[in-house]
Design a protein around this ligand. Structure first.
Ligand SMILES: [Zn+2]
Ligand SMILES: [Zn+2]
Ligand SMILES: [Zn+2]
Length: 372
């Protein structure tokens, strides 16, 4: 795999690269700085920023410096199962080329400007240099991030994983990054669970129910049989256009359910698939935990496994029905994605949980709160 780290001045991308090199056997790749290198990136390059230690920790292997991103990609394509890291993410052209490849993961690292300034001053002190004032540092940082056409802030937005690094020591940073399990291959290519759950999330975006967006996918032998989302029945006014009076009034969730006209995502997916196509070995993915009435239908139609997404309270009546009828109920937690604050104590662990195998597990698990 190839991990690209991009970040503001002293955000911590080099520290994370060193962590990957020292703890996970990554090797660092560099792009040669040429006349074509964006001036902003040159100004933020190591030549102008004092290095963290007076002497470079490891000499750079000259084999790993490439004339341009195409040469770098040619090299990695033949060796993508080995571990490579680069911090030379300079502009959209570099990112465009890298993100096209299935072995590439882009990670951005950011930190508050006051924290980055302090780190910069610390480095200046180690190198016996005069540190910039805060104002000088801010101007330099702004040029690095926001100069038109070459500013890097737009590149950061394209990262699959965005790290907020206000940690106060390299050791704390390493501990936090370690818990994210950056080398998990599922970050490059989603597992089947992740893939189908993302399809359920996508289906949920089509929901027109005013109360909640829910999406569902029925799968057999890794093939999608049907998808569903919640909303009013076909031919009727959509819920969000006033189609269901119950959903459009201010009643709390769970109140007046018997007067609701909206079909649930699971019901729609089951109706779409039909019992014959569902067969004996189908799995239903839902981005929430099915309610009692859906659970009854899921059981009757012969679904053998229900996978629901992390973070939703399990309905213990549903869990009881599934347990009694032998439908496996499983929670899926995708790898941590998006924005992660590394200074938080309890970073989510980055593993697929195969929990809740039977009713007692469901009800005793620390992940769930019993409904009131
Ligand atoms: Zn509705
Ligand atoms: Zn309704
Ligand atoms: Zn339901």
């Amino acid at each position: 795999m190839l991990i690209g780290l991009c970040g503001g001045i002293c955000a911590g991308k080099t520290s994370i690269a060193s962590y990957l090199i020292e703890e996970h056997g990554f090797k660092r790749l560099r792009l040669a700085r040429t006349a074509a290198t964006p001036a902003v990136e040159k100004s933020a390059s190591d030549a102008h920023i004092p290095s963290p230690a007076p002497a470079p920790a490891t000499p750079v292997n000259s084999d790993y410096i490439f004339a341009d991103v195409d040469a770098l990609l040619e090299f990695v394509t033949l060796r993508w199962r080995e571990r490579w890291v680069t911090t030379d993410i300079w502009d959209d052209r570099v990112v465009d080329a890298l993100l096209r490849r299935p072995f590439f993961l882009l990670i951005s690292v950011d930190a508050p400007v006051s924290v980055r300034w302090q780190r910069f001053k610390d480095r200046c002190a180690v190198n016996e240099l005069t540190p910039p004032t805060l104002e000088e540092f801010v101007l330099r940082s702004d040029a690095h991030l926001f100069t038109q056409h070459t500013g890097l802030s737009a590149v950061f937005q394209r990262a699959q994983l965005k790290l907020l690094n206000s940690t106060t020591s390299v050791a704390a940073l390493r501990d936090a990054v370690r818990s994210l399990n950056l080398t998990d291959e599922a970050r490059l290519r989603p597992s089947w669970d992740q893939y189908f759950m993302q399809l359920a999330d996508l289906a949920a975006l089509r929901s027109n129910c005013m109360k909640r967006r829910v999406g569902c996918v029925v799968v057999r032998e890794k093939r999608v049989i049907s998808t569903g989302y919640n909303g009013t029945p076909r031919g009727m006014t959509n819920c969000n256009e006033g189609g269901c009076p119950r959903c459009n009034n201010a009643a709390k969730g769970g109140v007046g359910l018997s007067t609701c006209l909206c079909l649930h995502a699971e019901e729609n997916a089951l109706l779409e698939a039909g019992r014959d196509r569902i067969g004996e070995t189908a799995t239903l993915y839902c981005n929430t935990c099915p309610c009692l009435t859906c659970s009854v239908k899921i059981t009757q139609v012969g679904i053998s496994e229900v996978v629901y997404n992390q973070g939703y309270l399990v309905d213990d009546q549903s869990a009881r029905i599934f347990a009694e009828s032998g439908v496996r109920l499983r929670q899926f937690s995708p790898p941590t994605d998006g924005l992660v604050d590394l200074s938080l104590d309890n970073l989510p662990s980055d593993h697929v949980h195969e929990q809740a195998e039977d009713l007692r597990d469901v009800l005793d698990s620390e992940y769930f709160v019993r409904p009131l």
